[in-house]
Design a protein around this ligand. Structure first.
Ligand SMILES: Nc1ncnc2c1ncn2[C@@H]1O[C@H](COP(=O)(O)OP(=O)(O)OP(=O)(O)O)[C@@H](O)[C@H]1O
Length: 277
């Protein structure tokens, strides 16, 4: 079957052309036999802020990492727009996808400006990046996104290590926004932040993504944050989707099903207060 025919079949299964990011029966089985993804299917619309929720080890990070090819699949198909993810298309897809990390992944000794500009890795040859030779339009864009995440011009020359955790994650978001990605993958972006800062950072990520029409896939552990910030919640357990719907449908029964039988706080952090208790 040709790639176009597979794509058209996938769109029919997934409900049509509205879908921006599409997962079709994804399976990822590691060498030790662990099925991190066990038949995951979902169609995510353009601009949707989709929270991936679930206990530890349920496959959230694996799902996110599939989108930018950091995890290869055992079987199944991922499409972004009308492009099927494959070794041939991976490079092009990576230009359209940015990532926000749990531990910020900044070069701590480098300035905020350098860290933000490193988000242009897909557009600037690495030797130019090493020398700090970025074109003016990217420098202007870096100033724009730094302002957008609520940091001042004075922060641009400051070392990343001199910033608070919340400020460092703002830099991480600015870096992700730099090339105006179509998709932002945020892997537990507030896991190391306190509750108040977590809300600020998630609010900022949602608004900034919305402004540029980016689709967000954001893994979280906290059910209250998922309800507050998600347009949609995908609940995963043991590599399977056990809930998929808007936050108002994620009631206590759905939550119970997601975390049933799990009592350890690390596996079942129901609220931010419990996470930080
Ligand atoms: N490289 C790997 N090799 C073997 N097993 C792996 C590997 N990476 C992940 N796994 C396993 O796959 C399963 C899903 O892991 P994943 O990191 O996607 O879960 P998660 O929901 O993101 O967990 P957490 O919330 O703790 O980050 C787990 O059982 C994990 O141990």
């Amino acid at each position: 079957m040709s790639a176009a025919a597979i794509l058209s079949a996938a769109q029919m299964i997934g409900g049509g052309a509205q879908s921006h990011l599409s997962f079709c029966d994804l399976r990822k089985v590691y060498a030790d036999g662990v099925a991190a993804l066990d038949g995951v299917s979902a169609d995510i619309g353009r601009g949707e802020f989709c929270v991936v929720l679930g206990p530890s080890g349920s496959g959230k990070s694996t799902l996110l990492r599939v989108v930018n090819g950091l995890t290869d699949l055992t079987s199944g198909m991922t499409t972004l727009g009308d492009t099927i993810l494959s070794p041939k298309t991976l490079r092009g897809i990576r230009r359209r996808v940015a990532m926000v990390h749990q531990q910020f992944n900044l070069v701590e000794r480098a300035s905020v400006a350098s860290n933000v500009l490193s988000g242009a890795v897909a557009e600037v040859p690495s030797w130019r990046a090493l020398l700090g030779w970025y074109p003016d339009h990217l420098r202007d864009r870096a100033c724009e996104v730094v302002a957008r995440v609520g940091l001042d011009e004075i922060h641009l020359t400051r070392r990343a290590s001199a910033l608070s955790g919340g400020q460092q994650q703002r830099v991480g978001i600015a870096r992700a926004l730099l090339l105006k990605p179509e998709v932002i993958l945020a892997d537990e972006p507030v896991a190391s932040l306190d509750p108040a800062i977590s809300r600020e950072v998630l609010g900022l990520l949602r608004e900034a993504a919305r402004e540029q029409g980016a689709t967000v896939l954001c893994s979280l552990h906290q059910t209250d944050l998922a309800r507050e910030f998600g347009d949609r919640i995908i609940g995963m357990r043991k590599g399977r989707v056990v809930f998929d719907g808007p936050p108002h449908q994620f009631d206590s029964a759905a939550e119970g099903k997601l975390y049933e039988g799990l009592t350890a706080p690390a596996d079942r952090p129901a609220t931010r207060e419990q996470v930080y208790a």
